[in-house]
Every structure is written in structure tokens, then in C-alpha cells.
Design a protein around this ligand. Structure first.
Ligand code: PEP
Length: 250
């Protein structure tokens, strides 16, 4: 049986003081929910946030990971470095990295593999642009992004991975895919994986991202193939993020 999970992506939208307060507020308000929860701070705050989370059930993640394990890669952070701070997850292929930092299907595959090789669970973000959806290409785009990584690392590597379906038009825009729109793509992703390995497809957590809020979380989580959420904006408020997390209970 799959466990649900919510992952907060703080992006570059927080400072040192507000990161400390956010974690303290989350720990103080943590409800008892039988689901996983994680936060992805900016790299710089990972050591301190990790220390604050040490006795909590909140796991730590990174927003990205380098394509290589070491070397002359100025400004990059290797998966093994994240290991030193007990990072459990690393987001790879976020649409903001694809759009603004030239991440490609190929580099996303390299990042995915780097994370796995360091025993970090990659959270593979895939999703279509608005024009892709309008032109009826959603499934093709999602399949291309997923297959690029699958072909590179193999289906076995998805035993320890999370997939985040994030329609780009819904990220940070306040527009959310309807629960039915999201479910349709999640089911498609699961079916693609099932063609290679039914058990892995059944077990993998496929989470939705794109303006998830307390108001829409419950409907999304009620869908059979939506196993949680990758949350940007609303992960910056302990109250909102914990309400989203609590929506599994309902
Ligand atoms: C994200 O950045 O992955 C995201 C889903 O952001 P938001 O929740 O703000 O749309």
C-alpha cells in the first residue's frame, strides 16, 4: 500500500529568520497523520533546518542536485554533500530549472541518477506547458520527460523514487488542475510505468504540484492515483502546509 506524502518547496522565497520560524511553527503544530512530510529549503539553510528537524517526523530535501559527483563544477552541490546532512529527497527537473537554467531531459536523468547513487530519493518533476495542453499534447510531453529518465536509469531505479506531476501552467499561478485533470495524467504515468513493471508502478508515489492549497488538497488527495503534493507557495506558511498535510485524514 502506498503511503501519501507532502513535500514543501521553499524555492528562493525565504530568509534565515523566517526559515527558523517556519520550522519551529511546523514542529509545534504537527498533527498526527499517517503520511510522509518533507521540506526542501535553499541549500544554504539545509544544515540548520536539518538540525532543527532532527527529532521530528519531517524529512529534509534539496531543491536540486548536481549532474556529477565531484569536480570543477563551480556553484554546484553534489548528492554526496547532501548526504552529509541527511537529505532524504532531492527534487530533479523542476520546471523552473528546465525553463531558467537549461535543464534538459538528459541533465535531469543525470541528476536523478546522482541522487539515487547517494541513496537520496529523487523527486522527478514532469509536466506540460499551457500551450502543450491547449494543443492536446499533455500525454506526449509527460511521456517524453518520463521516458528520457526511464531509458537512462531503468525501471528498477523507480523503486526508490517519487514522481511529481506539475503542469507548468498551474505552478505559482493560482490555477490548479482539477482533481479529474490531475488524476487522468497520474493514471497515465502509472500505466506507462506498469508497462515495464506492474509492482513498481503500483508502489510508486505520484504526487501533484501546482497551486495546491488547503482549499483544494482534499479533492486532489481523494483521487486514487494522487499520492500527495509538491507544494510551493503554501509551504511557506506552517498553517497552510499542515492543513494540506492534514487533508489526507479526511
Ligand atoms: C512548485 O514549485 O513545485 C509548486 C507546485 O509551486 P506552487 O505550489 O506555488 O504552485
Amino acid at each position: 500500500m502506498r503511503k501519501n506524502i507532502v513535500i514543501g518547496n521553499w524555492k528562493m522565497k525565504i530568509n534565515h529568520q523566517s526559515a527558523q520560524k517556519l520550522i519551529d511553527d511546523m514542529i509545534a503544530g504537527m498533527p498526527s497523520v499517517d503520511a510522509d512530510i518533507a521540506v526542501c529549503p535553499p541549500y544554504l539553510y539545509i544544515p540548520e533546518v536539518g538540525q532543527r528537524l532532527a527529532d521530528s517526523n519531517i524529512a529534509l530535501g534539496a531543491q536540486n542536485v548536481a549532474t556529477h559527483s565531484e569536480g570543477a563544477y563551480t556553484g554546484e552541490i553534489a548528492a554526496v554533500m547532501l548526504n552529509d546532512f541527511n537529505c532524504k529527497y532531492a527534487i530533479v527537473g523542476h520546471s523552473e530549472r528546465r525553463a531558467n537554467y537549461a535543464d534538459t531531459d538528459e541533465t535531469v536523468g543525470l541528476r536523478f541518477k546522482q541522487a539515487l547513487d547517494a541513496n537520496i530519493i529523487p523527486v522527478l518533476a514532469i509536466g506540460e506547458l499551457l500551450e502543450d495542453r491547449e494543443q492536446g499534447n499533455t500525454f506526449d510531453v509527460v511521456a517524453k520527460q518520463l521516458n528520457a529518465v526511464l531509458d537512462f536509469v531503468g525501471i528498477e531505479s523507480f523503486k526508490n523514487a517519487v514522481i511529481a506531476y506539475e503542469p507548468v501552467w498551474a505552478i505559482g499561478t493560482g490555477l490548479t488542475a482539477s482533481a479529474e485533470q490531475a488524476q487522468e495524467v497520474h493514471l497515465y504515468i502509472r500505466q506507462l510505468l506498469a508497462e515495464k513493471d506492474a509492482q513498481i508502478a503500483e508502489n510508486i508515489q505520484i504526487i501533484y504540484g501546482g497551486s495546491v492549497k488547503p482549499q483544494n488538497a482534499e479533492a486532489l488527495f481523494a483521487m486514487s492515483d494522487i499520492d500527495g503534493a509538491l507544494v510551493g507557495g503554501d509551504s511557506l506558511s506552517a498553517d497552510s502546509f499542515l492543513k494540506i498535510y492534514s487533508s489526507f485524514q479526511k
